[in-house]
Design a protein around this ligand. Sequence first.
Ligand code: SAH
Length: 642
Amino acid sequence: LRGKMVGHLSWHQSALLFEDYSSIAAIATTPVGVAQLQPLQSALATTLWVPASLTDTPQTQTYPGSLKDHLSQLWEQTDAIVVCLAIGAVVRLIAPLLSHKSTDPAVIVVDETGQFVVSLCGGHRAGSDRLTHTIAALLGATPVITGAAQRANLPGIDVLGEPFGWQRGDGDWTAVSAAIARGESVQVLQSGGTTLWRDHLPPEHPFQWDSPVPDATAQVWIGPELPPGDAAISTVAWHPRLLWVGIGCERGTPAAVIDHAIRTVFQAHGLAEAAIAGIATLDLKADEVGLLAVCRDRQLPLQCFTAGQLQAMPVPNPSAVVAAEVGTPSVAEASALLQAQTAIAQAPDTPPAWLRVPKQVVRLPDQPGAVTIAIAQAGQEWTGRTGKLWLVGTGPGDLSQITPAAKGAIATADVVIGYSLYMDLVKPLLRPGQIIETLPITQERQRAERAIALANWGLTVAVISSGDCGIYGMAGLVMEQLQAQGWDGKTPAVRVFPGITALQSAASRVGSPLMHDFCAISLSDLLTPWPMIEKRLLAAAQADFVVALYNPKSQTRTEQIAIAQRIFLQYRSPQTPVALVRSAYRSDETVTLSTLAEFLTHPVDMLTTVLIGNQSTRRHADWMITPRGYLGFESTPVPSCG
Ligand code: SAH
């Protein structure tokens, strides 16, 4: 792995936008292609492959032999292949390799001019559409997605539940996708799992969940139950992982017997095994070979509780015999219920866990051992994912002023949270099926709490702030709150994406006012006591810092800017240049150059940044220039105080 160590994470690891993919291979066959694809290396950890003719290209790997042979090797080893080559050539090369959309890797084509990124195949299941959005954002290119869901601005039905860790069940996915593409009504029968996916659909979406739809041609079944096998219309099923299986067994019960017990009990109750979140038991069973094998084969977490913990859980079928043997009257029921209640930090409005299937004893005639099994249903599904919190600065407003990494983060995240004005500015980067949440500007704390809750649940959440997220932005609120919740510094994984802050964007409009030592002071006393702000104004004025005033004046808070002006006039000439930059890089931008004595005769509001020059700052035509050094510059004499 490349990259420097930063604390416990290498830069390389923390930089990854697409950890869902264990490997992404990029291929370029020309120097121009190499240049196009190189930006993907650090953000996505791609290996960039080149032919032997380009061996001298730095940071690339050479494939021996033909591209055709190399592709067929990559096909088996990678999750996604990104190629910079004519699309026709790519189609011919991959044609013999295509087998099925559930196993083929994502294939993405970047054109040599770098203008377009095409999701060629594996759009939904292999994640090609989503990765295409990320790559396009990173390269500043246009994503080309040709699926019908994209046109209708809908999430693909076969990826709908992925953010929440839902498992795909049986069904005619092609028929249901086709019905959606034709714009036909689709009946949704949802018995469990989050309804968050419904809140962010476009208004003209085809899904109906409130009432039966007589003319529906397709249905989507969402819940832990198996769909009825005899549905008259095309059906697909998604299974949120809501079920926790409590298991007790005799010592030495073989894996086959435990597996059989799970299968028969699920079948008997019409439940989908795909809806299993995990298995819970008594700590004495932590080394039970058969149980461990079942968990490993089914890739399920095993949660063990002490007898004391299980004893405290009220259950419908306690057993005195079991109590005498292991110190708790229930293993299966109590552990299933306890795990269903505690596996996820529940939101306050989450329904309580309940015992879906009371304990059953299962044996196999010709096998030793016996299994006691019970199933509890949680109020919220287990996503099985590790959450991420991305704190993203979106710059002053214009899309061209956002870093490619920040764009990539916004396009990739499952959830984007931010103030509605900024959400409008980044709208072109958003992707169908993303959960978009806006809250009024006064509710930053709620926004931070919401973001943390969703990340703790396992989602990838981008919190956006204008400018830089860490300068009077959301990063501080989110990290403070994480700390207050006892965050271990790792889960959810936090990454901060820097942005161009207002003092930089404002300065760029008037020249080079920040050229020497400068500072930022916010005049908002909502979160900072005014005497502290006044102290800093005084210190900055005395020390001859160039100063950028953020939050200079609101409708109700008008005095502070006048006080600031008086403080600066004690230490600087009335002729000191002052710039008022309002809505920099937005359509309603205004720039006003004035002086310390007169700037308050111009409008100043909450969309304005005020730049006050130091004693050497000069005005020249429409520019504000602070010299790089003070040698040879005569400074204006400091007016005496008082
Ligand atoms: N995180 C932001 C600052 C938020 S505080 C950043 O790094 O830029 C809000 C203040 O920032 C506003 O009151 C204004 O003073 C300033 N500001 C934000 N965007 C601006 C823009 N486009 N033009 C001028 N000032 C801006």
